[in-house]
Design a protein around this ligand. Structure first.
Ligand SMILES: [Zn+2]
Ligand SMILES: [Zn+2]
Length: 428
């Protein structure tokens, strides 16, 4: 594979030359330090092995009980699907849907998509409907939250250990192994490299080579050269003239210079998240009914309970994940959207870094949702105590999803466009 190609940075659109990589090293953008490419020498082989193991563990994890609670000789056990069903039966179906999508459906689709692509490539063949397989892989990537589920399970177990004896199930261990294997599989799998391999197997690969650049002073970005970077497969192509929909010639994903209506979509999701953040924190997130009456807990009173009962590390963890992270995410994205709208040229590198942090930590706010799911599924001792999810849990789940969508809608390249336009103007 030649490494003298021109590539564009996904986060600031800067054009630069691809370079050969030493084993295990990473190529970073010289302007915004985003990762451009990482050396994965045996990537495809490892990814395939990890994906196979994940597929096996996925079956075990979903068939066996995760955890049981034993009280006075009664043992209540639940599988993940059982926990989802309990949420549904209590009428909190949006929550049931969210948990099912992020912990059962997405990991299954992720494993299916990776096997679909990696298995034929292993034997040097072009995967059947490769473009659709990739679309599925990219679609599921942000929504698989197995690692957050594990942390949620651990928090729930500590809470439950105060009430009754906790019996870890087979699926708990297999979920922990699954979490590690899925992370290893997606770290070893490089979509751009896989596309390069597919290109090598196909005849029309020449059409995918990056087009030659016309010399143009001052223009540093792909967009300034009329080149569009495909967000799905990383191909750099000339943006065809004229309006209308353009698709990537390689993976058939919609092609545009910048995410369409990026700022207005970011604002729409953000404003909705801000509005729902209020009920999410004020209304009860959990209703506990016991012999001593009913108790309604908000997110904050749950944190206080953990703190008072002596498990302060968990109190800090839940506070950060459920209260601090969503708020900082909303404020951070609002700051990025406002400064971009005002075409600010102030510290673009720092602002791109803020965006990367927001993308990285966003998913961890789901923690409390999984804690509630497990508590609802297990604390079902009719005579003694039952737990139901409160209305705030649905609002909170919506806040998490909306902030994830807002981060996806925001295009960090817009931060750098403010500099670019000015630069070009100054040159003229
Ligand atoms: Zn960059
Ligand atoms: Zn593409």
């Amino acid at each position: 594979m030649t490494r003298n190609e021109i590539i564009a940075c996904e986060q600031c659109d800067l054009l630069q030359l691809d370079a050969p990589l030493a084993a295990g090293s990473t190529l970073r953008c010289r302007r915004c330090h985003a990762e451009l490419r990482r050396d994965r020498a045996n990537g495809p082989a490892y990814a395939l092995a990890f994906t196979f193991a994940s597929a096996v563990l996925l079956v075990i994890s979903n068939l066996f009980p995760i955890v049981g609670l034993s009280f006075n000789g009664n043992l209540v056990q639940t599988t993940l699907a059982g926990a989802v069903r309990m949420l549904y039966e209590h009428g909190t179906w949006p929550l049931a849907l969210l948990v099912a999508l992020t912990t059962i459906v997405t990991p299954v689709l992720q494993v299916v998509a990776m096997l679909w692509l990696l298995l034929p490539l292993r034997f040097g063949r072009v995967p059947w409907r490769a473009a659709e397989g990739f679309r599925l892989f990219q679609l599921t990537r942000p929504w698989g939250m197995t690692e957050v589920l594990i942390l949620g399970l651990l928090v729930a177990l500590v809470k439950l250990a105060h009430i009754a004896k906790v019996v870890p199930g087979t699926a708990l261990w297999s979920f922990i192994a699954l979490m590690l294997l899925l992370a290893a599989a997606s770290a070893a799998f490089d979509p751009r490299d896989a596309w390069a391999r597919i290109g090598a197997c196909q005849h029309n690969a020449r059409a995918w080579l990056p087009p030659p650049l016309r010399r143009r002073r001052g223009a540093l970005t792909a967009a300034a050269h009329g080149l569009a970077l495909c967000e799905e497969c990383g191909l750099l192509t000339r943006q065809p003239a004229g309006a209308g929909k353009h698709v990537c010639p390689r993976c058939k994903a919609p092609l545009h210079l910048r995410k369409p209506a990026s700022l207005s979509r970011t604002w729409a999701y953000l404003v909705a998240a801000m509005v729902l953040y209020v009920p999410a924190n004020l209304l009860p997130v959990m209703d506990t009914s016991s012999l001593f009456g009913t108790q309604k807990d908000t997110i904050m009173s749950g944190v206080v309970y953990l703190w008072v009962s002596g498990s302060w590390p968990l109190a800090v963890l839940v506070f950060i994940a459920s209260i601090a992270v969503p708020m900082l995410k909303i404020l951070g994205l609002a700051y990025l959207a406002v400064s971009t709208q005002l075409r600010s040229q102030w510290l673009p590198g720092q602002r791109t870094r803020i965006y990367r942090v927001i993308e990285l930590v966003g998913r961890w706010s789901m923690l409390d949702i999984y804690v509630i799911t497990m508590l609802v599924a297990l604390v079902q001792f009719q005579a003694l105590a039952t737990i139901k999810a409160g209305p705030a849990s649905i609002a909170f789940g919506a806040v998490v999803v909306l902030t994830l969508l807002a981060a996806m809608a925001f295009d960090p390249r817009l931060i750098w466009d403010a500099l670019e336009k000015n630069h070009v103007r100054a040159e003229r």
